[in-house]
Design a protein around this ligand. Structure first.
Ligand code: NAG
Ligand code: NAG
Length: 267
């Protein structure tokens, strides 16, 4: 038992020593609301938008946004990058020269509209437009958080922060003043344009519609006896079915009925 503990301590020291630099100029953020640890393992996870940071989920499901250490610019292995990169393979912050930049959302187009924006990065004092995207089944947006000093001689400065829409709202990129290129606001699903709805539905990290069993009828078969059943869990194709003689399919009640009882059909 004791030897196991010693081994563990030695392993921990070795792991810490392997991290190239421990300088840490960027802050960590605790209790963030733009990452959901529900259903995720306790421990470290790939960051949704920034490959130089990672997410830590506590046993209680609290999410923290953690910064990888700064990279000593004189070191070749930094490859000119200011920060180390998170590696899902090693579960550590690693040299940029050895590590691809990857985020949780790399398999989707989710935040491509906001390319080049990173939390804690500087933004211009005149940036009023937010840049939004859908990721992790939530809508998020970058906001230029500006500091207006009380002394007018001091400069107004801005830093990008990541905010989230309420859980029942979506980023609507069309909600912006006329003539503005980017922007938008959180909105209800029904108010999104068909293009935005399609974009979100096509993005599995945004909307994941589970396959469900269904009864249906092709438009051409309306008010006929023909209907179909589909259970994606067990069937790859719709099964064509037919009502007993004299009865028609009623989609409203999902069963066979006599024509007189089906509102949608004239007899
Ligand atoms: C925005 O900036 C103010 C200082 O101007 C700071 O107090 C606040 O915490 C910042 N907000 C976020 C979300 O970082
Ligand atoms: C069911 O009917 C549709 C249209 O009538 C047809 O395209 C499809 O191949 C049929 N499915 C099977 C399993 O026979």
């Amino acid at each position: 038992m004791t030897s196991k503990i010693i081994l563990l301590v030695l392993a921990t020291i070795a792991a810490v020593a392997a991290v190239p630099h421990k300088a840490l100029k960027r802050p960590n953020h605790d209790h963030i609301d733009y990452y959901d640890c529900t259903g995720k393992a306790t421990g470290k996870h790939v960051h949704p938008t920034d490959c130089t940071r990672f997410i830590s989920c506590s046993a209680g499901g609290v999410a923290s946004d953690m910064a990888c250490p700064d990279c000593n610019q004189h070191d070749e292995k930094c490859a000119g990058e200011p920060f180390l990169r998170w590696s899902a393979a090693t579960g550590n912050c690693e040299w940029p020269a050895d590590t691809e930049c990857s985020t949780d959302g790399d398999d989707s187009s989710g935040d491509s509209d906001c390319e080049g924006i990173a939390v804690d990065g500087d933004c211009d004092k005149d940036t009023c437009e937010h840049c939004g995207f859908c990721k992790d089944k939530m809508s998020h947006f970058y906001r230029c958080n500006r500091t207006f000093p009380s002394d007018p001689k001091l400069e107004i400065t801005g830093k990008w922060v990541l905010e989230s829409c309420d859980s029942d709202l979506w980023w609507n990129p069309d909600l912006k003043p006329e003539g503005v290129a980017v922007g938008g606001a959180c909105d209800k699903w029904d108010n999104l344009s068909p293009e935005t709805q399609k974009k979100y539905k096509d993005d599995k990290s945004c909307v994941d519609i589970p396959p469900v069993c269904a009864w249906g009828q092709d438009e051409a078969d309306k008010c006929s006896e023909r209907y179909w059943y589909l259970d994606p869990a067990t069937m790859s194709e719709k099964e064509n079915l037919s009502c007993p003689s004299g009865l028609l399919w009623d989609q409203a009640t999902e069963t066979c009925r006599s024509c007189a009882n089906i509102d949608a059909c004239e007899c």
